[in-house]
Structure formats: C-alpha cells, structure tokens
Design a protein around this ligand. Structure first.
Ligand code: SER
Length: 585
C-alpha cells in the first residue's frame, strides 16, 4: 500500500468515527520560539489538550509534518529519518482508553489488513505517578490480542511527554513482529534487535508535568496518537528500509545513475536530507547560523558533501529537486507552488558551502606546506579539528586530501575533540527544546560577544595596553570599562566602531575550548582577574581577532550580532574610560 493510500485510509477511517480532519500545522511552530520544529502531531494541539475548546470539536484527526533532529548523524543507516509524517487522532476530553484501543485495532486489522497474530502491544506497568494500566490491557484482550502478547513496561518505554514539561501520560504502543528470530529468550517489544517494530502509539494524556517535576491531573482525559507514515508504508510493502518505498525510490535511483561511486549510505543521506531541506524551506525555514536555520544549513551542507562523495555534478541539484517535487506532489502540493523558492534557497546555500570548502582547502594546503617543511608525515587531530571548527572543513575531506598528498592522519584526538564539541551543541539544543532561550537571553548573549570584539578593537586601534576593567549588560545596551589615559577622539571612536562592524560582517566563528588556566594564559588568552578563575577555564576565540577566558555564553558566529554603534564615551574613574554601545538589526 502506498503512503498516500495509508494517509487517506487513516483520515477517512477517523472521519467515519466522528473526527474532524484538520490541516497539518507548519513545520516551523507558530508563536512558539521554544521549539525548533514541530516534532509531533500533539504539539500544535497543546492548548486544547490543556482544556481550551477546539473550534472543530472534541474529535480531531490529521497528518502532521514533523522534523526530529536529535539523530541527524545517524541518517544513512537503514531506518533514521529527520523529516517524517505522523498520522494522528485526538480525543480532547471525549473518548478514552477503551474506544481508542478498539479503533486502533480495527484500523490496523481491517483497514490496513495487518495479520492480528503479528501484533504485540505494550502497556504502562505502573508506579507512584499512575497505576498499572489494566484498563488498556483489558481493552486489548477484548479487541483480540492474547495475554502473552501484552507486555508491561515502566516509564522508560510506556510514558510519553514532549520535553520536560507539559501534558503527558501512560501510553500503549503497538508493534509488528517482522518474523525475524528472537535474539534471546527475553526478546520482546522493548528490544531493538529488529524483530519488533513500533507502529503506533496511543498516549492517554490525563496528567501534567510541571517544571519542578511534580505530576498533577489535567482538567480532562485526552488521547493523543501517532503513527509514522513512512515506517508503516515500509512494513506494508514488505521493504527492509524506508528508502525502498515510493517516496524515496525515484531519487535513490537517480543518484545511483548519476554517481561515479557506489555508496548506499551517501545516497540515503542525500535523499533524506534533500527531502527534509525542501519541506523546511517550503514552510518558510531559511539557512542561518542559529537554531532552526542552523539545522537547515547542516542538512544542506551534509547533503552537498555526500553529493561530492558520490562524485555527482552539483549542478544536478536543481534537477533532483524537480524530481522530488514530482514524486511528492500528491502528498505535499505546497512543494509545487514553492518549487522556485526551494530551489533558490537550497542551491544558494550549496554554493556558499562550496566556497567554504574552497577556503578550507586553502587552509588545508597551508597545513600541508608547514608539515612538509617540518618533515612531518602525520596531520594531527587538533589541526583536523581546527579546520573543521574554524572553516567548517569536513574531517572526511581533510582525510581524503591528506591521503592524496601522502600524509597519514591522526583521528583519535580529533574524535575526542569532536565528541566534546558535539556534546556541547547537543546540550545547547536540548536546553533550547526544554525551556526555550528567552529573547532576552539571545540579546544579552549577543552583547557578551560584542564586548569581546570591542575589547579587541580598542587594543588594535588605540593601544595593546588597554585592558577591560568591567562590563555591564542589559537587553538594551552594553557598558564596557577599560584602562586608558585619555578621552577617545571622534576619529578613534569611529575607527573602533568600524572595526567591530567589519568583524561582524566577516561572520567570524566563535569557538570554545576548555583548558588549564596556566595554558590559557600561556596561549595569550585575555582575562580580567586571573586569580578569580578556577584551574580549568573556558576560552572563547573569535576568528583570529580575540581570545579571552570567559564563562560565556556567546553566539556561534559574529554575523548574528547585527550592527554595532558606540553611543557614549566618558570617564568612569581615574585612568578608566567607559563606553556605552548598542546592537541593532
Ligand atoms: N505524541 C506521541 C508520539 O509522538 C503520540 O502521538 O509518539
């Protein structure tokens, strides 16, 4: 059964059971800066799960476009996708467990004609927050699932919440037995050996988890369900991977035809990331260096790298987008309408990345020259990491080029640095998902970075002996105190301001390193009161213009700062001057 048929059957089935079909919300959440993308069908419905009246009533069904990027680096294997479609039905204080389970069973066995003997289900085992879900288990038994295929698990498996806070509750999940042999006597739906594949989740949302971790009852008992379309299509079509279904096959095959290298992982990455990038762009996403824009940038860059790896002419990108629009237009008619803008955004970003690669190659050549002069035969991990971090130069490209030039590469140190770097960005994005960086913090973060640039510009324009004496930041402005024996002239102020703006324009990367305090000082990192810092310090480096010991936080690229202007320069105390400055768009 094709994906479009599954979707239509689903919406028709629930419509026939009294549900109103609502359109998919955009991938980019409206009025919700706290999440990067819509990650589940329930997300746009949160106010109604909490009790607000939905204009369409208490029974809702839809297909929802979703992006989940936690596993972006896993894409290329036989199952991970960043973009996927979730089919869902909701009871907003209407039916509860019995009816939800009855409908799920009927849809799976009658509409999709799944053999009931291949179905297993899981229910919540119970704990201090909610009882063992015997109601769900009984409903499954009544529907036709024998007891030995009803499993009970704890919160790790059978409790659902988006993030840390919000509506939540025990869930019951449906699994299809693929017929593969059990990996051990204990193999069950919670095992990821591949025997059992999760196909649908019914969450019984009658609780609310607050920030402090406490759980309370919601005003109403809701049902929130989610069924992944691509996975269901794959199973019903008897395919091993989602890349073998009709939504991906035309592009996968075209890539095979165009490629000079046979690499299925790269073909999957290009196929997956191109679809995700197209869907995000169609819903208004644009590449940038922060948040959702950065996710889109990463997707397009990774795709470009793998097109290169396959040795496919990058000018083919536009044709691949045409082919995808043709393939997906029935599911997503918006792609037809947005085709030109999608092309423009993705091709422009690809071109930018090609330039980044060229710059990185120049830097790489310098590294090689130096290594040759020093009679080295190995490119060390730190250098590979720096090329990656400062110029966005991918390590696999460094590795290929190094080998071509007869060098060995040392990846252990690189892997260590890369893992630390990833961990930092992961923590960053989790934070973002949990609470959302308030606008205010984004603004103060920018000002933090601006103080580093101002400090560096003063040294450059006026004197190396200038040192920071203090600073104060609000969302509105920054204040910066520094040692200086004279009032700055208008010309000096102008030069300082211009230099900061020049660095902003250059979009310099801001990178973070952790090191021993002595090493930081040794390496020339600036700091205000060295004795105040612990033995391990974080050092922020901005391109080649600034290096300071600092606790952060900072932006990732200076381009995010906007325009810098000095508003005032005055005396603060003897030998100390004070600058007030603002950032604007
Ligand atoms: N919210 C649940 C999920 O994402 C069910 O829709 O799995």
């Amino acid at each position: 059964m094709k994906a479009i048929e599954i979707r239509n059957k689903y919406l028709n089935f629930f419509q026939a059971h009294g549900h109103k079909v609502i359109p998919s919300a955009p991938l980019i959440p409206e009025n919700d800066p706290s999440v990067l993308f819509t990650t589940a069908g329930m997300q746009p419905l949160v106010p109604y799960l909490l009790g607000e009246k939905h204009p369409e009533g208490t029974r809702i069904t839809d297909y929802q476009k979703c992006v989940r990027t936690n596993d972006i680096d896993e894409v290329g294997d036989n199952r991970h996708l960043t973009y996927f479609e979730m089919l869902g039905n909701w009871s907003l204080g209407d039916y509860f467990k019995e009816e939800a389970i009855e409908m799920s069973y009927e849809f799976l066995t009658k509409e999709l004609r799944i053999d009931p003997s291949k179905l297993s289900v899981t229910c919540f085992a119970g704990d201090g927050d909610a009882p063992r879900d015997m109601v769900a288990a009984e409903a499954w038994k009544k529907a036709g699932i024998p007891e030995d295929r009803i499993y009970f698990y704890g919160k790790d498996n059978n409790w659902w919440i988006a993030g840390e806070e919000g509506p939540c509750g025990p869930d019951t999940e449906m699994f299809l037995d693929t017929g593969k042999p059990a990996c051990s006597p204990n193999c069950g739906p919670d095992c990821d050996c591949g025997k059992y594949v999760e196909i649908w989740n019914n969450v019984f949302m009658e609780y609310y988890k607050s920030k402090d971790g406490s759980i309370s009852k919601l005003k109403q008992q809701n049902v929130d369900t989610g069924l992944g379309l691509e996975r269901m299509a794959m199973l019903l079509q008897g395919k091993e991977t989602p890349f073998d279904i009709e939504l991906f096959v035309p592009v996968m095959e075209k890539l095979k035809e165009l490629a000079k290298v046979d690499d299925i992982e790269s073909r999957r990455i290009v196929t997956e990331h191109l679809r995700s990038s197209m869907m995000i762009t169609a819903d208004g996403g644009r590449p940038s260096n922060i948040d959702r824009g950065y996710v889109l940038r990463r997707l397009i860059r990774r795709m470009t790298r793998h097109l290169n790896k396959l040795q496919i002419d990058l000018n083919e990108l536009s044709n691949l987008i045409d082919l995808y629009v043709e393939t997906l237009k029935e599911l997503y008619p918006e792609l037809v309408e947005k085709k030109e803008i999608i092309k423009e955004v993705i091709v422009t970003e690809k071109d930018k990345f090609v330039k980044t690669l060229a710059n990185g190659e120049r830097e790489f050549n310098k590294v090689v020259e130096k290594a040759k002069r020093e009679n080295k035969t190995i490119i060390d991990g730190y250098t590979i990491f720096k090329l990656y971090e400062t110029y966005g130069f991918p390590p696999e490209v460094t590795s290929d080029l190094a080998k071509e030039q007869g060098f060995e590469i040392e990846m252990v140190e690189f892997d260590k640095l890369f893992k630390e770097h990833q961990e930092k960005s992961r923590l960053g994005s989790e934070q973002k998902f949990k609470g959302g960086l308030a606008e205010q913090n984004e603004q103060t973060t920018k000002y933090h970075t601006a103080t580093h640039l101002l400090n560096a510009a003063l040294k450059e324009v006026i004197s190396k002996d200038i040192h920071q004496k203090g600073s104060n930041i609000t969302t509105e402005r920054m204040r910066f105190d520094f040692s200086c024996d004279h009032k700055l002239t208008d010309e000096e102020k102008q030069k300082v301001e211009d230099l900061v703006n020049e660095w902003i324009k250059q979009d310099l990367p801001v990178t973070i390193q952790t090191m021993k305090k002595e090493d930081a000082v040794q390496s020339g990192a600036e700091c205000m009161f060295i004795e105040k810092y612990p033995d391990e310090v974080t050092v922020y480096t901005i391109g080649t213009v600034s290096k300071e010991i600092c606790g952060g936080p900072h932006v990732t690229h200076t381009g995010e700062l906007g325009h810098f202007s000095i508003k005032k320069e005055e005396a603060s105390s003897a030998g100390v001057r004070r600058i007030k400055a603002v950032l604007s768009d």
